[in-house]
Design a protein around this ligand. Structure first.
Ligand code: SAH
Length: 221
């Protein structure tokens, strides 16, 4: 019989990195260090703390989800961050991916359409000392005209096509990581901007909550 002892969060994180990330090809040492450092349980409601290091997405407020640790690792690695970059994230959600990015980049701007999620994320990020993060509430499909261009853009919600405003706000030579496809299944892409053109690499099949723009929001009402 196998007894599974409850692990303390630190050993749970070590095990998560070893089993769910390294074994599946997430090898960037800076990404692994960030995932070992950030306490994922802080980004979910208390009854879910015991599931925080499991190999899956978990529900958060406003009907949204915190991404599976492997997907967070994969997206972070695909961004190829050295520590100098200005990053735009669309879909703050719990703020977990934001916290990981704050360890890997110079500056992170993250946009979320649900104000309660942004507020909660701001609180935790402040406690964790993530000072290079700026959170905004609004429709992220329009990006953020203030700090353009961005060296990297990460979208953590799914859409059919790359939103044109985001593409415009990506620097030449920059990387956009985004899930593209319909509501039930999408593919995760790493898209490089080369002479203004998209150079795409498909990373894996995936399933994200939808990216809701102003138009689809009107349809919801
Ligand atoms: N990275 C987050 C994932 C959250 S799920 C985490 O790990 O917790 C995706 C988030 O995108 C949701 O919170 C959803 O509300 C948000 N979202 C969807 N459409 C958006 C839009 N147009 N602008 C900003 N945020 C959006």
């Amino acid at each position: 019989m196998v007894f599974s002892l409850p692990l303390n969060p630190e050993s749970a994180r070590q095990e998560m990195v070893a089993q769910q990330l390294r074994q599946r090809g997430i090898l960037d040492p800076r990404v692994l260090r960030a995932l070992r450092a950030i306490p994922r349980e802080r980004f979910v409601a208390e009854p879910l703390h015991k599931h925080a290091y499991e190999d899956r997405a978990l529900p958060i407020e406003c009907g949204q989800t915190i991404s599976q640790p492997y997907i967070v690792g994969l997206m972070s690695q695909a961004l190829q961050l050295s520590g100098q970059e200005d990053v735009l994230e669309i879909g703050t959600g719990s703020g977990y991916q934001t916290a990981i990015l704050s360890q890997l980049a110079a500056r992170v701007t993250s946009i979320e359409r649900h104000e309660p999620l942004s507020r909660r994320a701001a609180h935790i990020l402040r406690i964790l000392g993530c000072e290079n993060v700026q959170l905004e509430v609004g429709d992220g499909t329009q990006g953020c005209s203030a700090n353009t261009p961005f060296d990297r853009i990460i979208v953590t919600a799914a859409t059919q096509e790359v939103p044109p405003d985001l593409w415009e706000q990506l620097a030449e030579g920059g990387i956009l990581v985004i899930p593209l496809g319909g509501p039930s299944q999408q593919e995760l892409f790493e898209i490089r901007k080369i002479n203004g053109r998209q150079q795409r690499a498909m990373l894996c099949k995936c399933r994200f909550v939808p990216l809701v723009d102003e138009e689809s929001e009107r349809d919801e009402e």
